[in-house]
Design a protein around this ligand. Structure first.
Ligand SMILES: NC(=O)C1=CN([C@@H]2O[C@H](COP(=O)(O)OP(=O)(O)OC[C@H]3O[C@@H](n4cnc5c(N)ncnc54)[C@H](OP(=O)(O)O)[C@@H]3O)[C@@H](O)[C@H]2O)C=CC1
Ligand SMILES: O=C(O)CCC(=O)C(=O)O
Ligand SMILES: [Mg+2]
Length: 729
């Protein structure tokens, strides 16, 4: 096993790796540090799932399973780049691409009937949504901006859209019947095995059995009423129209792969309600599934003039929609994975509450977030900025995050225990001793789910918060709502630990809405705070605050201290930036910023040094930190525009600063001597390298695929400087 594992992923970060990883491997080798790769890309995971359909030489090992074992050991040292959490349209597109490349994979069965199809569908479904992160995240999360990154942002403040008191932008959520209001929660005194049973007029169905929980697990259950959701969505569409704002829906249909595509589908149905009323059966015959989005729907009904005419008429009567791409007519409701709440809401707030309309112009927006569990964070942010005007990144303090994440904590781990109710009845969660832990009366179509958080991760999370607060000495807030069932159980854990450690006075406990306001007030004053949150808020806040403070969450330090002693270093807090790939394909410019990778690499090397007493790794890591500082001090981050320095240029500069720092240090004379000529060559050839990199930009780039690119073609695109390649070797 290599000293460090660098993950092979998808889209923009994977393109960046084609340029950056050879540099890392070459530099690390000089210190005797090996850096290997494991493939967790969507295409790689598909291939490793269907060996029986592939030729011998096409088969791929199950790297995710291997990594899943590794992260439970003290030996783990993994640099994890963001990967695709696939929606169904993405999964289907990836399968199609692989088939086209000669991999005889089965089609994705949309409506499986035979046992064989059902088995294939079940296998594909394991690849859907967030199938990687929960497996690797065997520890809690510590995300923050490194000091150098934060001071760079303060000294070079980004542009922020203006907020005005009369902005019509708002966040709209249900008034009841949602996950928030129906939640029940209990902490198990003993270990238990549970089953979930639905009783209807037709009898009993076991939805799931054999779910095992260790003692001390907090187990929740809740549901969203489909009827309440539908009437809410209808009301919001009408209200948006009356207010003259844009209609937008913000979900996490990727990660929350069972519940959120269904909610998204309800919005598609609500928006096109008259069309579904009139043509519902015909559309079903054409294979329309609203959960796959308006884009898929339009492609299926395209040939039917009557349906198309009614869709056009309906759309004309609706409020304008918030657009993903107004030039191409791609709306918020086209693809469930296009608008993802953690990135979409902060971008809108950073822009002064503006979304893009079908006319390509900015407009105030109704942000529909049906469930109330976390929507108040965005609602309160919008209200705060309307009252106080935009945040000033030059003077703002920072909000760090400690997130409860380990062992599939909370809703993030609820995929196998979320169900759309086939009929009205009663859902019970029953323990093996006969105790009915949770019980809900449901209607057909309601979305019922159970989530859990285990004792060891919860305690580890509180202790991590205590040590981070001690290190920072700043305000620290547990974002927990004493009036929410799940949070009340967590508070029962938090308070005794804080008291036993004598630090209760250093922490506050506040509901998300109050915590949002308090945190915004703190950073507005230029002070810092730590948000100690559950798993979903970890996700939301580590985009929200970085996007306001630093312009992007790509620059975040994202450390997962694994519970069994290893280290997982996530790069940034953002995703795989599909828009960046599109730009590269069209004009060979990659605006992806690898600052997250730089930060993670430094942490990973330092972790290796500490864990294995590897002093050469320490020297490498310290030089990485110096190189990262060099990138910031000299403004070597990629530009967004073609013709200007991009991701590849930033890697050249990183290599140069890294080599210079290694040559200049005096801890390890051998390494200094090794890197001195490399540093010299990189500096002396600057003009040639920069011009070779610049010459590559401007025309279309062929990667030989999207989900499964050709390694040779990608290397040719991402490593266009023969001079640089010669020096790196
Ligand atoms: N940890 C993980 O594995 C994560 C994976 N994802 C996955 O990523 C995909 C896309 O998700 P989406 O919500 O669109 O979020 P992204 O973070 O990929 O994209 C949102 C925007 O953020 C900006 N951005 C993000 N990272 C960088 C970076 N390193 N450098 C520069 N800009 C950056 C870009 O803005 P601009 O275009 O304005 O430059 C980008 O368009 C999905 O498949 C999702 O499942 C998402 C989050 C985390
Ligand atoms: O796992 C996912 O799908 C997304 C993860 C994410 O957005 C995050 O951890 O910030
Ligand atoms: Mg996120």
């Amino acid at each position: 096993m290599s000293d460090i594992i660098y993950t092979k992923v998808d889209e923009a970060p994977e393109l960046a790796s084609a340029s950056f990883l050879p540099i890392i491997q070459k530099f690390a080798a000089a210190a005797g540090v090996s850096v290997g790769t494991k493939d967790i890309s969507l295409a790689g995971r598909i291939l490793s799932t269907f060996p029986e359909h592939l030729k011998e030489d096409q088969r791929q090992s199950d790297d995710l399973a291997e990594l899943g074992r590794l992260v439970k050991t003290a030996d783990a040292n993994v640099i994890k780049l963001p990967n695709i959490s696939a929606s169904v349209p993405q999964l289907v597109a990836a399968i199609k691409e692989l088939q086209g490349q000669g991999f005889a994979l089965p089609d994705y069965p949309e409506a499986p009937e035979t046992d064989e199809d059902k088995a294939i569908r079940a296998k594909y479904d394991t690849l859907k949504g967030s199938a990687v992160n929960p497996v690797l995240r065997e520890g809690n999360s510590d995300r923050r901006a490194a000091k150098a990154v934060k001071s760079f942002a303060q000294n070079n403040p980004h542009r922020m859209g203006d907020w005005t008191a009369d902005s019509k932008t708002e966040v709209s959520s249900m008034s009841g019947g949602d996950f928030f209001s129906n939640e029940t929660s209990a902490t198990l005194a003993n270990e238990a095995t549970a089953k979930i049973v639905l009783t209807t007029d037709a009898g009993e169905t076991v939805l799931k059995e054999g779910i095992t929980y260790p003692a001390g697990t907090v187990v929740d259950a809740t549901f969203m009423s489909a009827a309440a959701l539908q009437s809410f969505l209808k009301g919001e569409i009408d209200k948006t129209k009356a207010d003259g704002t844009l209609f937008s829906l913000h979900m996490k249909a990727t990660m929350m792969k069972v519940s959120d595509p269904i909610i998204f589908g309800h919005a598609v149905k609500a928006f096109l309600a008259p069309v579904f009323e009139k043509h519902g059966d015909a559309m079903a015959d054409l294979g329309v599934n609203p959960n796959s989005g308006l884009g898929d729907l339009l492609a299926r009904v395209e040939g039917n003039a009557a349906i198309m005419a009614d869709i056009d008429a309906c759309m004309a009567s609706r409020p304008p929609m918030y657009m993903v791409d107004s030039d191409k007519g791609i709306t918020n409701l086209h693809v469930p994975s296009d608008v993802i709440i953690d990135a979409s809401m902060p971008a809108l707030i950073r822009a002064g509450g503006k979304g893009w309309g079908p006319d390509g112009k900015e407009s105030d927006t109704n942000c529909v977030i049906p469930d109330n569990s976390y929507a108040p964070v965005y609602d309160e942010s919008v209200k705060f900025f309307k009252e106080n005007g935009k945040l000033n990144p030059a003077t703002a303090g920072t909000v760090q995050n400690i997130g409860l994440m380990a062992q599939k904590a909370e809703e993030y781990g609820s995929h196998p225990t979320t169900f759309e109710m086939p009929a009205a009845g009663t859902v019970k969660m029953i323990l093996d001793d006969g105790t009915v832990l949770h019980e809900h009366t449901v209607e057909a179509g309601d979305i019922w789910r159970s989530a859990s958080a285990r004792k060891a991760p919860i305690e580890d999370w509180v202790n991590l918060a205590i040590s981070r607060q001690k290190a920072e000495g700043c305000s620290a807030i547990f974002w927990l709502d004493a009036n929410r069932a799940h949070d009340a159980e967590l508070i029962e854990y938090v308070k005794p630990i804080l008291e036993a450690k004598g630090v209760a006075d250093k922490f506050q406990i506040m509901a998300p809405r109050e915590a949002t306001r308090a945190s915004l007030e703190i950073i507005t004053k230029g002070e810092n705070t730590i948000a100690i949150t559950g798993n979903v808020l970890r996700d939301y806040l580590t985009d929200l605050f970085p996007i306001l403070e630093l312009a992007t969450s790509a620059k975040m330090l994202s450390i997962v201290k694994l519970m069994n002693g290893g280290g997982l270093f996530e790069t940034g807090a953002g995703g795989s930036a599909p828009k960046h790939v599109q730009q590269l394909q069209e004009e060979n410019h990659l605006r992806w910023d690898s600052l997250g990778e730089f930060c993670a690499l430094g942490e990973s090397l330092t972790f290796l040094a500490d864990a294995k007493n590897n002093e050469k790794a320490r020297v490498l890591g310290q030089a990485v930190d110096a190189a990262t500082q060099g990138i910031l001090d000299n403004s070597r981050s990629p530009s967004r525009k073609v013709g200007e320095p991009d991701n590849r240029d930033s890697h050249y500069w990183f290599a140069r600063y890294w080599a210079e720092a290694l040559a200049a240090q005096s801890t390890d004379a051998d390494m200094a001597a090794h890197f001195a000529p490399i540093a010299k060559a990189l500096a002396e050839n600057e003009a040639a390298i920069v011009s070779e990199l610049a010459a590559a930009q401007g025309s279309a780039a062929d990667l030989g695929g999207y989900f499964h690119t050709s390694a040779d073609k990608t290397a040719a695109v991402m490593r266009p400087s023969a001079t640089l390649n010669g020096i790196i070797g």
